[in-house]
Design a protein around this ligand. Structure first.
Ligand SMILES: Cc1ncc(COP(=O)(O)O)c(C=O)c1O
Length: 311
């Protein structure tokens, strides 16, 4: 296909888009688990309005758009509080994969300073963990050492211990894992990491906006968040059970000193100082504004209601 020579009208273009959708999945009928998290028409309208209001804004420069910086800071604070550590520091990202990429990149750069003997860094990765960790391993030169699950599909912490060596910089657990929806023994995995002075990441991309509410509803859940001392970072997607618009996730670190390893700044560019917190350059304002909007729209009561319906 080539760029059309002549432009078409607004109506023509939209009619074509609409026609092409005919064979797409009918997500409003509830048959697209994990692709679309549909929270109902009213919620969708709110997301559209908030997203549209910030459709053109760019969070790359927080000085130009202090409102977006405020939304991001407040979203991070709310999620940090839900995940058991209000002081956690983080950034919003475009999704679970970017959050995971950042966690692994941060661990690698942290280890260059704090584990210099790890010249060929490894992470202990549950075999059930999301493939984004393999992408991160590939991008950042960290070897993924697979930890097998037990009969209940939860990662075998004893097997993790046996695989740990002086090159290990990071232990990963999922809360829950995508394939089986079970929560890894985070307490044991984090204790192992802490014992060896290395990092522990909990992937709560799927569960971060669901488990805290299920716990409040009285579901018996094992510990999985920053309340466990050895957990040093967590990923949590807002565009899953946070019911936000797509392109919204959170990566959180136990403290700012650790988050520092995520940032990249370049000061010798002829274009001036360039700093960026995550993998993206341009950061669309829409997902940030819509995430802030849905957290305020639903509130704790709304998320409890959604969690109850979901489980
Ligand atoms: C446990 C878990 N981690 C990470 C991801 C990746 O998230 P994304 O598709 O937003 O990049 C998913 C997606 O389903 C997931 O379930």
């Amino acid at each position: 296909m080539q760029l059309p020579r002549h432009g078409q009208s607004h109506d023509q273009v939209l009619a074509a888009l609409s026609a092409f959708r005919a064979r797409d999945a009918d997500w409003k009928s509830g048959r697209t688990f994990s692709l679309v998290y549909y929270g109902g028409e009213e919620l969708l309208c709110l997301l559209r309005d908030a997203f549209w209001m910030y459709f053109s804004e760019n969070a790359l420069n927080p000085q130009a758009f202090p409102s977006l910086r405020r939304f991001e800071t407040e979203v991070l604070a709310m999620v940090a509080d839900l995940l058991g550590h209000p002081e956690a520091a983080g950034t919003m990202t475009s999704g679970g994969t970017e959050s995971i990429l950042m966690a692994v990149k941060t661990a690698r750069d942290w280890a260059r300073v704090h584990r210099p003997q790890a010249t060929e860094p490894e992470m202990l990765l549950p075999a059930t963990a999301h493939p984004a960790f393999h992408k991160a391993a590939h991008y950042f030169g960290v070897r993924a050492v697979l930890v097998p699950p037990g009969a209940d599909f939860r990662t075998d912490a004893a097997a993790a211990r046996a695989l740990l060596n002086d090159q290990t910089i990071l232990v990963v657990g999922s809360a829950p894992s995508y394939p089986q929806g079970v929560i890894d023994p985070i307490t044991d995995l984090a204790a192992l990491a802490q014992e060896h002075g290395i990092l522990c990441h909990v992937d709560a991309c799927l569960g971060g906006m669901l488990l805290p509410f299920l716990r409040k509803l009285g579901e018996p859940l094992p510990p999985f968040d920053f309340a466990i001392p050895g957990v040093t970072s967590m990923s949590c997607d807002l565009h899953k059970y946070g019911y936000a618009a797509k392109g919204a996730s959170v990566i959180l670190y136990r403290d700012r000193a650790l988050r520092q390893f995520q940032f990249v700044a370049y000061s010798d560019w002829s274009g001036g100082l360039y700093g960026s917190p995550s993998a993206a350059g341009t950061r669309p304002g829409g997902p940030i504004a819509a995430a802030w909007a849905v957290l305020h729209y639903l509130g704790e009561e709304g998320y409890l209601r959604m969690a109850k319906a979901t489980i």
